[in-house]
Design a protein around this ligand. Sequence first.
Ligand SMILES: NC(=O)c1ccc[n+]([C@@H]2O[C@H](COP(=O)([O-])OP(=O)(O)OC[C@H]3O[C@@H](n4cnc5c(N)ncnc54)[C@H](OP(=O)(O)O)[C@@H]3O)[C@@H](O)[C@H]2O)c1
Length: 356
Amino acid sequence: MNKRRVIVWGTGAVGAEALQSIIDTRDDLHIVGVRVYSEQKAGVDVGDLVDRPGQGVVATSDSAEILALEADLVIYTPRTASVTEVCQLLASGKNVCTTAFLFHPRRVDPTDRDRVIAACKAGGTSVHGSGLNPGNLSGVLPLALSGMSKRIDKITLQERADWSVYESTSITFDNMAFGEPLDMISPTGSEFLAFNSSLFVEQVWFLADALNADIDTVTAEVEAVAAVTDHLIFDHLLRAGTTAGQRWRWVGRRGDDELIEIEALWTVGGEDPPHWPRPRHGWTLTIEGEPSMQAHFISLASFTRELPIADHVHAASVATAMQILNAIDAVCAAPPGLATMADLPLVRSHYGFGNG
Ligand SMILES: NC(=O)c1ccc[n+]([C@@H]2O[C@H](COP(=O)([O-])OP(=O)(O)OC[C@H]3O[C@@H](n4cnc5c(N)ncnc54)[C@H](OP(=O)(O)O)[C@@H]3O)[C@@H](O)[C@H]2O)c1
């Protein structure tokens, strides 16, 4: 069997899970390179990075080394995504699957979009952005449910999450600005908040474009709420008075009608603001129309076994990584260009029960 050659770029919670799963379950894939950022990881055998046997491939923090490798696909999961890096990878003949951005590239900044398309053409490659949310829950699942719709009036996706348990604390505090003054939290409050908000704006456009909503605008708004008391989150002290809640709404409107809404109810420290709605933790997708439908999603390490909370939390990183890992064959087979969640065939588990 000709194995596909893959690179993993970024070995945080999501990338490490992808790497481990390739080693554990994907005989059809051959890891040819791993891009790391921390110096402690550079020079280490990639198996050792994820508590697995040696793979005979050493992780590198040198992007040029990665670019020079021959590979079919890159799993691109850094904390901060770069259009330039992705374009270099695509132009060098490597397809890209990413959880970080490019979920609906047709609605990104036109200069960036044109660069990505040109790189795909130059390299004969495709790029696919997906994950959990943005990803399956805001893209694949609504489209799958819409297969049962005669008419859609409104789609709402509500995410309720307590970030206190999220293992990637640099994303929680450095990027998402929990623990910062309330007035910093806005759709333009920092480069990252603007970037993050733009991903959800893109998701609203994605659904609108895929389902003939013909919306005029997508707006972003956020309410930040202060912590009542101090909280110790892993090794990070979140002080009373700083941001412990962020309620975001991204709304797609046609005229005055709200047709598509993604709402995020995010807290750190478990202080649920009393005036916020309290859907079940996880994701609730509601399609109002004919018929009206609702689905609730939550991922855990198990519904039957007693396991540490950290394992349950990590399940979301597993799901995020699997959504793009399971898309590898389809992305490699896709024609050069953008291979979005609406373009690819339904992504299903490659390993499944593992008995095949
Ligand atoms: N679509 C979704 O549903 C979804 C869900 C979760 C996460 N994500 C996205 O997926 C990506 C990975 O998330 P994660 O949870 O794995 O994050 P994480 O655990 O914080 O890992 C972050 C990764 O970024 C690397 N890094 C360190 N410094 C960096 C820098 N200056 N620039 C770029 N990367 C740097 C780290 O490298 P070292 O380990 O070598 O230090 C690590 O591999 C993020 O972009 C995140 O927003 C998407």
